[in-house]
Design a protein around this ligand. Sequence first.
Ligand SMILES: Nc1ncnc2c1ncn2[C@@H]1O[C@H](COP(=O)(O)OP(=O)(O)O)[C@@H](O)[C@H]1O
Ligand SMILES: O=C(O)C1=C[C@@H](OP(=O)(O)O)[C@@H](O)[C@H](O)C1
Ligand SMILES: [Mg+2]
Length: 166
Amino acid sequence: MNEKIYLTGFMGSGKTTVGQALGKAIGYQVIDTDQWIEQTYRTSISTIFEEKGEDYFRSLETEALRNLLNKRAIITTGGGIVVREENRQIMKQSGKVVFLDCEIEEVIRRTSMDHSRPLLKQKNKEQISAMFKERLPFYREADIQIDTTGKSILNLVEELKSLMLK
Ligand SMILES: Nc1ncnc2c1ncn2[C@@H]1O[C@H](COP(=O)(O)OP(=O)(O)O)[C@@H](O)[C@H]1O
Ligand SMILES: O=C(O)C1=C[C@@H](OP(=O)(O)O)[C@@H](O)[C@H](O)C1
Ligand SMILES: [Mg+2]
């Protein structure tokens, strides 16, 4: 098994949730970059976006990746981490990158009750879909890709375990 596993994918693809379950199943520590940023800076993602903007948040994601480099862990990332070339390079060079794919209708269903994602606020389906399409080439640079649409967390953990043992 790889020393480090990065879960990437769009908002609502299940990175945080699946990462936790996978960590329990294979006995790995799990660290979420969003949670690392919130704990390190003692603030919320929404506040960072409001007060400092998206670019600043992206630089905190780079800082999180750099700080977590020496950990043997599953790193669950924020959906936009792949937008920065530097972030993609760090992940590629230090571990196995997994892309959790998900149909946009299901992304919207899964995230509709949770208002903690500033980039989904006041966006319609077309706008969310456009953001996803823009990022798709970056997500596809991953070593492993799986579709999470309609699959249970348990099912996804099993699928990931079998793919990672290959
Ligand atoms: N495979 C799945 N099937 C159904 N619901 C899911 C699945 N994966 C995640 N969810 C739910 O979708 C929401 C977003 O999941 P989360 O893990 O926060 O995604 P991400 O970290 O990729 O944004 C949560 O409410 C979670 O319980
Ligand atoms: O896609 C994005 O740009 C973002 C995704 C979020 O994480 P999740 O993908 O875990 O929702 C969080 O990092 C922030 O709201 C920005
Ligand atoms: Mg998450």
